[in-house]
Design a protein. Structure first.
Length: 171
């Protein structure tokens, strides 16, 4: 499975005869598409800025055959791109900005001062889950999975930091 950013994965072929691989759509490169005996197939998925997609690859080796299912989530198939803000208390708020290219920024303002300012991330959003990869000073820090209860054109309800569901409003 690939996230919306795309990337490369490998599949091992175990065979004592010649084999072929077919069925790849234009968003997935398969190399090589044929070989003899054992081998490694490299799958490279392009960036997906649309809806989740999938395909079935067909592998034939002599009389034997099998299929491989390949799935890729989309970067913004449900309208999450934009800036979302939740207020808490009289002088506090947090906001997420989700960009169409799969990058984003998080800001938090608490009682008159910045707690966290301009924390950057990459993300994918699929199947009511936002997967965020946090970065500090350009270096990867951690991955966080955020459940989404609902998303409309004006409201995003999600459970950030496991503090319960909060409503974020589109800015």
């Amino acid at each position: 499975n690939f996230d919306g950013v795309g990337g490369t994965q490998t599949i091992q072929i175990t065979s004592n005869t010649g084999w072929t691989v077919g069925g790849a759509p234009d968003w997935l490169t398969v190399f090589p598409t044929q070989g003899t005996d054992n081998g490694t197939i490299t799958l490279t998925a392009k960036t997906n800025s649309g809806s989740p997609r999938n395909c079935i690859l067909y592998v034939q080796a002599g009389e034997a055959s099998t299929t491989v299912s390949v799935n890729q989530s989309g970067q913004d198939h449900n309208g999450i791109v934009g800036t979302w803000r939740a207020s808490f208390g009289s002088n506090s708020w947090m906001s997420f900005t989700f960009n169409a290219d799969g990058t984003g920024m998080y800001n938090e303002y608490d009682n008159g001062h910045w707690d966290s300012y301009n924390e950057t991330f990459t993300y994918t959003y699929a199947y009511n889950v936002i997967t965020i990869r946090w970065y500090e000073n350009g270096s990867y820090v951690e991955t966080e999975t955020i459940p989404v209860k609902s998303l409309t054109s004006t409201e995003l309800v999600m459970n950030f930091d496991n503090e319960g569901y909060r409503t974020f409003y589109r800015q």
